[in-house]
Design a protein around this ligand. Structure first.
Ligand code: KIV
Ligand code: ZN
Length: 394
C-alpha cells in the first residue's frame, strides 16, 4: 500500500500557462474538451484559465467548472479583488474548486514590475489569500519569480500566506533560471522555515514546484524539487507554455514511474492515456510534437540501427526502459532503413508472411540495402515488392 505522503499531486496548467503561449490558444469549446481528457488522464488539479484575462477564458472556466469532475478545478488571479471575484464567479458549480493567487516577490519584479516594497508585497499577498478564502476553502499561493527572490523573504511571505489561509505554496521558477541542486536546497530550506515558524497549518501545507524550461531543465528541476519535499508539480502536456515551455507532464510522470526505486513517490496518472492526450492537444492547437520528444514523440520507441534492432529482437530491455503500451503506444517500431541489419529484415519479412531460405534472404537483403541507400525509410510495401521481384528473377 502506497503512503499518501509519498504521492506527488499532478497539477496540469496546459489550459492556462500552456494556452497563453504563442501558437497554443484554444476556444472555450476546445478547452472544455481538453479538460475532460485531463480528468480522464487522472490529473489531481487542472488550471482551467485566468478569468480576469478575457471573456473567452471566463466562458471556458465556467463550462469546465460545471461539467468536469474527478479533478480539482483551479483558476488564476493576481492579488486584486476583481481578479479573485472573477475566479469565484467562474468557478460556480465546481465540485472541488481552488483559487490560485499570485504576486511577484523577486527584487527585480518588486522594483520594475510592481513598484512595491517588501512589506507592501506581503500585505497584498495576505489580502489576496484572505479574499480568496472568503470564496473557497482551497487556496493556493504563488510567489512569482521565487527562484530569484531572497530565500528569507520568500520564507516570510510563504508563512504569511499560510497564516492567511493558503493550503498550497507554489514556488515558481518563472524564468527557468534555477538548477537541480539549487531548487532542491530551496525546498528543503522553505520546509524547515515553515515548520519552525509556528504558523497554524504550516505542517500540512503542500509545497508545489512550477518550473519553466528556458535552459531545458524544467523536468530535472521539478524532480529535484520533489527530492527537496515538493508534493505537487505544475506541468503541461507536451511541455507547452511561455517561451520554451513548462515542465512536460508525460516526462515527469514517467521519470517518477520508471525510477520509482529512486524517487519512492507515485502519482495517480493513468499513463496509458499519455500518448492519446498528447495527440489530442496537438490536433487542437495544431502544434506538432517533435519526433524525438521523450515518451510521446514518434521516435520514442522506434529503432533503426542494426545493432539495436538485433538486441531488441532478443530482449526488449536491451534498448527500452519502459513499455510502449504503458504510455499509450501500440508497440515499438522497427524502422527499416539503411542502418538496419539482416536480423531485423528477416523478422519483418516473417511478420509479412515470407519464410525465405538463406540464399533468397541474402538476395533480398542485398536489394534492400541498395534501396535503403536511396530512401530514408523502406516500407512494408517496398519489402513485398523486393521479395516478389526476387521471386520473379529466380
Ligand atoms: O511562471 C509563473 O510564475 C506562473 C505563476 C503565475 C504561477 O505561471
Ligand atoms: Zn508559469
Amino acid at each position: 500500500m502506497n503512503d499518501p505522503a509519498d504521492r506527488v499531486r499532478i497539477f496540469d496548467t496546459s489550459l492556462r500557462d500552456g494556452e497563453q503561449s504563442p501558437g497554443c490558444s484554444m476556444t472555450a469549446a476546445q478547452k472544455l474538451r481538453f479538460a475532460h481528457a485531463l480528468a480522464e488522464l487522472g490529473v489531481d488539479a487542472l488550471e482551467a484559465g485566468f478569468p480576469a484575462s478575457s471573456e473567452a477564458d471566463r466562458d471556458a472556466v465556467r463550462a469546465i467548472a460545471r461539467e468536469v469532475r474527478g479533478s480539482t478545478i483551479t483558476t488564476l488571479a493576481r492579488c486584486h479583488d476583481g481578479d479573485i471575484d472573477a475566479c469565484a464567479a467562474a468557478l460556480e458549480g465546481a465540485a472541488d474548486p481552488r483559487i490560485h493567487v499570485f504576486i511577484s516577490t523577486s527584487p527585480l519584479h518588486r522594483e520594475h514590475k510592481l513598484g512595491l516594497s517588501r512589506e507592501q508585497v506581503v500585505e497584498r499577498a495576505v489580502a489576496g489569500v484572505q479574499r480568496a478564502r472568503r470564496h473557497v476553502d482551497d487556496v493556493e499561493f504563488s510567489a512569482e519569480d521565487a527562484l530569484r527572490t531572497e530565500p528569507e523573504f520568500l520564507a516570510e511571505i510563504c508563512s504569511a500566506a499560510v497564516a492567511a489561509g493558503a493550503r498550497t505554496l507554489n514556488i515558481p521558477d518563472t524564468v527557468g533560471y534555477t538548477t537541480p541542486s539549487e531548487i532542491r536546497a530551496l525546498f528543503e530550506y522553505l520546509r524547515k522555515a515553515l515548520n519552525a515558524s509556528g504558523v497554524a497549518g504550516a505542517g500540512e501545507v503542500v509545497f508545489s514546484a512550477h518550473c519553466h524550461n528556458d535552459l531545458g531543465l524544467a523536468v530535472a528541476n521539478s524532480l529535484a524539487a520533489i527530492e527537496g519535499g515538493a508534493r505537487q508539480v505544475e506541468c503541461t502536456i507536451n511541455g507547452i507554455g511561455e517561451r520554451a515551455g513548462n515542465c512536460a507532464l508525460e516526462e515527469l510522470v514517467m521519470a517518477l514511474r520508471v525510477r520509482g526505486n529512486y524517487y519512492a513517490t507515485h502519482t495517480r496518472i493513468d499513463t496509458r492515456r499519455l500518448v492519446p492526450t498528447s495527440r489530442l492537444l496537438s490536433r487542437i492547437t495544431g502544434m506538432a510534437v517533435q519526433r524525438n520528444k521523450a515518451v510521446v514523440g514518434q521516435n520514442a520507441f522506434a529503432h533503426e540501427s542494426g545493432i539495436h534492432q538485433h538486441g531488441m529482437l532478443k530482449h526488449r530491455g536491451t534498448y527500452e526502459i519502459m513499455r510502449p503500451e504503458d504510455v499509450g503506444w501500440a508497440q515499438s517500431q522497427m524502422v527499416m532503413g539503411r542502418h538496419s541489419g539482416r536480423a531485423a529484415l528477416s523478422d519483418r519479412l516473417q511478420t509479412l508472411g515470407f519464410q525465405l531460405p538463406e540464399p533468397a534472404l541474402n538476395q533480398v537483403f542485398a536489394a534492400f540495402k541498395t534501396l535503403a541507400e536511396k530512401k530514408r525509410e523502406v516500407f512494408d510495401g517496398d519489402l513485398e515488392a523486393l521479395v516478389l521481384g526476387a521471386d520473379a528473377a529466380a
